[in-house]
Design a protein around this ligand. Structure first.
Ligand code: ASP
Length: 337
């Protein structure tokens, strides 16, 4: 299934048309085709709202929405939403079933942030299916904001999280195939590195966010990406808005992506414009560092306090899912190149 998905993403990149095929929901903002749907609810006139990265966001949104529609809070919603992706073995870049590192170990990164600047984060965590819930437990039950590796595992076990084998046969097989050449070359939009980042605005007007991933496939053991780094992979400022990132984590950490997007919204920019300006920052940095922007993919999504949402990415192919009163739909992200 994932292979099909991989192929689909490659196809998307090549043709820009395949987004109309193979997805269960219509895309918004994709031109005047029969399959195109224009949101009847104006962007920003409704709450609750859930927004999340990639097409697996559709399922995650459903989980978050169930909580929000019953006047649940955004924090519970974002955790419940991304847990769906974490538990799904067919999603091979997040949680259970995630691809291992170059030592064959599945190591997970996640973070969570609520409307009162409470934060929790876990990195390089092994054997626990729901790193997002461990991140939340760190936030709520410890005086710290981040635990990593063995310490994080010990904490999770002490909190009653079950120790599990997260390496499914399909990922193990891919790893064994990778071992033959052992080439480590991160690529854009072919899903060897996709994160679920999910943001929610609840009926009380409060924002929260969650971000969780197994990180880059076959990464160095101990490598940590942007996803568990508050300010890089995720940031929430309940006075302004929230943002989360997916793509090459090193590039997002370099410019503290999610925080920058929120700061651009603070300056008065729309969520899409804020994401665009953050992407432009990555492009500028690339020029200074003499790196080829075509080798990098980063996508940001953002949601502001008014329920307006938007996205921007470097290269075409990134999609995000939005659930509001108009339903749960995939949107094609605007892109720079
Ligand atoms: N940002 C994640 C990381 O670098 C992966 C991804 O979103 O594609 O670990």
């Amino acid at each position: 299934m994932k292979q099909q998905k991989n192929n689909r993403k490659i196809f998307i990149q090549k043709t820009g048309l395949a987004l109309l095929a193979g997805i269960s929901k219509p895309l918004v903002g994709f031109g005047n085709t029969a399959a195109t749907k224009t949101a009847t609810i104006k962007n920003g006139t409704t709450k609750p709202v859930v927004i999340s990265t990639w097409d697996f966001g559709l399922k995650a949104n459903e989980g978050a929405w169930k909580i929000l529609q019953n006047t649940g809070n955004a924090l519970d919603a974002v955790e419940a939403g991304v847990k769906i992706t974490e538990a799904d073995p067919n999603e091979r870049s997040v949680g259970y079933g995630g691809r291992p590192d170059r030592d064959g170990k599945v190591t997970l990164d996640a973070c969570i942030m609520d409307h009162q600047y409470n934060i929790g984060s876990v990195a390089a965590l092994e054997h626990i299916k729901h790193p997002i819930s461990v991140a939340r437990a760190i936030m709520e039950k410890t005086p710290h904001v981040m635990l990593v590796g063995d310490g994080a595992l010990q904490f999770a076990l002490s909190m009653g999280f079950p120790k599990e084998n997260l390496l499914i046969e399909a990922s193990k097989k891919e790893y064994e195939e990778w071992l033959i050449k052992s080439e480590y070359k991160p690529k854009v939009n072919i899903e060897n590195h996709d994160t679920i980042g999910l943001l929610a605005l609840d009926t009380n007007g409060n924002l929260s966010g969650a971000c969780t991933t197994s990180g880059m496939a076959f990464k160095m053991h101990g490598r940590v990406g942007d996803s568990p780094i508050i300010g890089a992979g995720l940031y929430v400022d309940n006075q302004i808005g929230a943002a989360t990132a997916t793509g090459h984590g090193e590039e997002v950490i370099r410019m503290t992506g999610a925080h920058l997007v929120v700061e651009f919204m603070r300056m008065g920019h729309s969520p899409e414009k804020a994401c665009k300006k953050a992407v432009e920052r990555i492009i500028d940095i690339c020029k200074i560092r003499n790196k080829n922007i075509k080798d990098i993919q980063v996508g940001f999504i953002a949601l502001n306090k008014n329920g307006e949402f938007g996205s921007f990415c470097i290269q075409s192919g990134f999609q995000y899912a939005v659930y509001n009163q108009d339903g749960n739909h995939l949107h094609k992200s605007a892109h720079a190149i």
